[in-house]
Design a protein around this ligand. Sequence first.
Ligand code: RP5
Length: 177
Amino acid sequence: MEETAKLQTPLVGIIMGSDSDLKIMKDAAEILKEFGIAFELTIVSAHRTPTRMVEYATKAADRGLKIIIAGAGGAAHLPGMIASITTLPVIGVPIKSSNSIDGWDSVLSILQMPNGVPVATVALNAAKNAGIVAAQIIGTFDENISSKMRDYKNQLEASVLDKVKKISEEWTNDFDK
Ligand code: RP5
């Protein structure tokens, strides 16, 4: 499955402001690999490589990307600036980075976009969820991915029910009787 994801034209662009974001953003890449969705991953910095940022956002749709996942921390302008240029949906990942005060700076910079230029913002450091949202969007036009998403959700449910059983064996629980 992973090999397929590498050979196909990427559908999801994962970008981040710095290589220091990779420890978080790799979670988006890993879940996309699990779903067998082709992606690319690179650094695009709004502040340090503004020309590259404009070029990336301008060419993204024509290159075949369907969704951009953009992660940044601190004065996290990358997702919003990408969203201001491209017509593709942008999923923003706020990162608690070395220049973050407490993570709220990253969250609010990405979340509080003006009307007309949304960034679909996930929780702090939640790159895995960004990958899942991207897979869900692709699932709206790819039945194979939609079916994998159903399996994924079934697995989540099964793992919790397994824990319910284990806890019930040790503690009292009237609800499931
Ligand atoms: C942001 O500044 C990056 O997205 C990163 O989260 C943060 C710190 O970058 P480095 O100083 O570690 O390169 O633009």
